[in-house]
Structures are given as C-alpha cells and as structure tokens.
Design a binder for this molecule. Structure first.
Ligand SMILES: Cc1ncc(C[n+]2csc(CCOP(=O)(O)OP(=O)(O)O)c2C)c(N)n1
Ligand code: SF4
Length: 283
C-alpha cells in the first residue's frame, strides 16, 4: 500500500505561499494512495508553467513537456504501455492556448487517461498575461485596458468533441477534489478535470472568496448522462460555476480500437522492429 511520502522528492517547491497548486498536488497524491497506485505504476506528463514545475517535487514517472504539448506525449506513452496510469497536467494557458488543437482532438480519441487543468485564468509563470480563460474585460498584464476577447468555453468544447468524463473541482476543497480525481482515473476513457485554482500573486480578481461566491456544487439530483444539459450548464461562469461531475458516458477507448489491452505492451516487445534500419534513411 503506497504512502503519501512515497510521492515526494527531495526538491523544495517554488510555488508562492497560498497558491492553489498546493491543493491540487496534495489531492493527486491522496488519490494515488486511495486508489493503491504505486509511484512506478503512474506517469505524470507536465506542461510548462507554474503548474508544470511540480514535475520536480512529484515522485513517480514524469515528463516535463513543451508548452501546450502534454497531450501528444501522454497519448504516446499510454499507447506504448497501456498498463500505466497516465495523467497529463497543464495550466489553462498551455491547455487551451498553445495546446488548444490537441485538446479538441484528444477528446475525440477517448484514450484512457486523465487530463488535469490548473485553471487560474492567467499565464502565471510569465507574470500574468491573459489566457483563453481570462474573462472578457479582465485587466491583465497584456490587456491593461481590459481583455477584448470572450472567454473560451472549453468544457462545452470537450463534451461536444467527445470527451467521456468532464468534471470541475476547486483546488482548496481537498475532499471533493480527491473524490472527483478518483472517479476520473477510474473512468475508462478520456477524463478531464478542470480545477479552479487561485493564483494568489497575480490574479487578484478570481480569489478564494470570489470562487466561494461564484461556485455552485452539483447536487445528487444532477444526471451526468444528460449531454444536452451538461453542455448547457458547463457554459455558466458568472451565474454559478458548476462544480462536480458534469458529464459522463461509456464509449470504447482508443486502446480498445487497436486491441492494445489484449496484446503485450509495445514497451515489452523486444526487437519488435529494428529502428536502426529506418534511421539509416535519415542519417
Ligand atoms: C510555445 C511557447 N509559447 C510561450 C512560452 C512562454 N511561456 C512559458 S510558461 C507560459 C505561461 C504558462 O501559463 P499556463 O499554461 O496557464 O500555466 P501557469 O503558469 O498559469 O501555471 C508561457 C507563455 C513557451 N515556453 N512556449
Ligand atoms: S505566480 Fe500564481 S500560479 Fe504561480 S506559483 Fe505564484 S501563486 Fe501559484
């Protein structure tokens, strides 16, 4: 049985005191422990950004990718070794700006892995430029007169594009966040958990108290199988940001389509293909 301390490295965190990233980091560790996932059974693929620096203090297999490019790396790892629990982790900037195209198309694949978005409505590592999640009118470092663009509604896009598990959680509600992460990892297919994350240094609008005032928890009467209603509700921001498991459906995964779960993983197939012959054509 793994322990929380199995998932930490000797590196010290560089996140600002009070950052929502701490809540997400703690909840992922707690989730692995509760699901009995050992460090060698999991791989976290991190994006570039404040969130991505967590790669250095999270102990399991990991890959610090390029900005906006976590998903293709994660899909490749999952297809090469479907036995691993694969988690792609990104900020809203990387996930929906640079990585917007990957986001849409990975939803279509229904590959069996989890995508965690640290959604702080800003590009924080580069000191607070607007991201696709910044609300229209928001004053940021790159939009001092107010953001002229409408906010991207990525959960509506995800459901429409074919994601089979779409949820939203809050970084400082550990219990609920862990419950949702567990359900996302246990879901067979592409699961997205959008996590509202206070950036205490740069985002002085969407603060903890702002979230508390604006979030609306989905109650037991909510039916996550109702696609039409899920698309409708996930468009809500100011009038009650829905928090909980918004949408869920069962559909064959990408691995099922290629019968990968019934074969030996590619990573275990010794000399399946001698890549040196191929490389000779390019060298
Ligand atoms: C292709 C590319 N564009 C821009 C950058 C510069 N850059 C590095 S981190 C970052 C902001 C990251 O914001 P986000 O993904 O929201 O993560 P956060 O820092 O908020 O956690 C930017 C713009 C980059 N490294 N690569
Ligand atoms: S700048 Fe914001 S997102 Fe980055 S570590 Fe500090 S509080 Fe967290």
């Amino acid at each position: 049985m793994p322990k929380l301390t199995d998932f930490i490295t000797t590196k010290k965190s560089t996140w600002c005191a009070g950052c929502g990233n701490f809540g997400i980091w703690a909840a992922i560790k707690q989730t692995f422990v509760e699901l009995n996932i050992e460090p060698h059974q999991a791989v976290n693929i991190f994006d570039i950004g404040c969130n991505g620096n967590g790669c250095n203090w999270f102990r399991c297999y990991g890959f610090h990718s390029l900005h906006g490019r976590v998903l293709p790396v994660a899909v490749g790892i999952k297809l090469a070794n479907p036995k691993l629990k694969v988690m792609a982790i990104s900020g809203d900037g990387g996930a929906l700006g640079e990585g917007g195209n990957h986001f849409m198309h990975t939803c279509r694949t229904n590959v069996d892995m989890t995508y965690i978005i640290h959604n702080n409505q800003l590009y924080s590592l580069t000191t607070g430029q607007m991201s696709p999640e910044s609300a229209q009118g928001m004053k940021t470092k790159s939009t001092p007169q107010g953001n002229p663009l409408v906010q991207l509604n990525h959960l509506q896009i995800a459901i429409s594009a074919g994601a089979t598990f779409v949820a939203r959680a809050y970084a400082f509600d550990m219990q609920e966040l862990t419950r949702i992460l567990k359900a996302a990892i246990e879901h067979k297919g592409f699961s997205i958990v959008d996590i509202l994350q206070p950036c205490v240094t740069l985002n002085l609008i969407n603060t903890s108290s702002w979230y508390t005032d604006h979030m609306k928890k989905l109650d037991d009467t909510w039916d996550p199988a109702n696609k039409e209603k899920a698309i409708q509700i996930s468009g809500s921001w100011d009038k009650g940001i829905p928090v909980g498991i918004i949408y869920k459906e069962e559909r064959p995964t990408l691995e099922d389509s290629y019968s990968l779960n019934t074969k030996e993983p590619l990573t275990q197939q010794v000399h399946a293909y001698d890549v040196r012959e191929l490389l000779k054509e390019f060298a």
